[in-house]
Design a protein around this ligand. Structure first.
Ligand SMILES: C[S@@+](CC[C@H](N)C(=O)[O-])C[C@H]1O[C@@H](n2cnc3c(N)ncnc32)[C@H](O)[C@@H]1O
Length: 187
């Protein structure tokens, strides 16, 4: 099932809210990163910059057929053969990726879902030991131009608690101005 309040404004507006390449580098993605799983790729805002940074494949998972076909079409046009768009409900069916197969898992603007423990457990399962989980989310601030309602919007402390309960360690926290925070954890 689609997670609550997971709609986005038009792509042009959505993409004014971030500097995706800078965010990915800040959150530890590099040319040494091999395979990546992205939970909820949306328009591919972070998928395309990630594909250009890493040396392996990015598995870009989303439940929306139009978004998956849009990301696939754009990847073909740009000859980015290392983007693998995956149409899948990751809450109902998991990622479908093997245990301990990924170097990095992206949880971007997604942890306002009902049951974050389920997604963090799946992220833990597919990450290699020493792999990174990167989280970004909207600041818990009513003046942000978008974002889920404050009642369900996670604070950095919530993400820290959930990730530590899922056995992640080594948290590092970042201020991703103007509207977001980021946290990385290690498996
Ligand atoms: C708020 S958007 C964030 C998109 C992207 N991570 C970004 O930050 O630009 C959330 C995305 O998650 C997808 N999504 C929601 N529930 C899902 C589910 N159960 N399985 C797979 N994708 C899901 C939505 O279709 C949407 O594209």
């Amino acid at each position: 099932m689609k997670i609550r309040e997971s709609g986005m404004p038009e792509q042009d507006m959505w993409e004014t809210f971030f500097d995706p390449h800078a965010i990915l580098v800040t959150l530890g993605m590099s040319s040494q990163t091999v395979d990546v799983a992205e939970f909820g790729c949306g328009y591919g805002t972070f998928t395309f910059p990630a594909a250009q940074i890493i040396k392996g494949t990015i598995f870009a998972i989303d439940i929306e057929p139009e978004l998956i076909s849009m990301v696939g079409d754009k990847a073909r046009k740009q000859h980015l053969n290392n983007i693998n768009p995956v149409l899948r409900d990751f809450m109902a069916d998991g990622s479908g990726l093997p245990d301990e197969s990924m170097d990095y898992v992206m949880l971007f603007n997604i942890l306002h879902l009902d049951n974050p423990a389920v997604l963090l457990a799946e992220a833990w399962r597919i990450l290699k030991k020493g792999g990174l989980a990167g989280i970004i989310h909207w600041n818990h601030d009513p003046s942000t131009p978008r974002g889920p309602s404050l009642a369900i919007r996670p604070k950095p402390e919530d993400c820290m608690r959930w990730a530590e309960s899922a056995k992640f360690h080594n948290p590092s926290r970042y201020d991703l101005k103007p509207y977001h925070y980021g946290i990385t954890f290690m498996k």
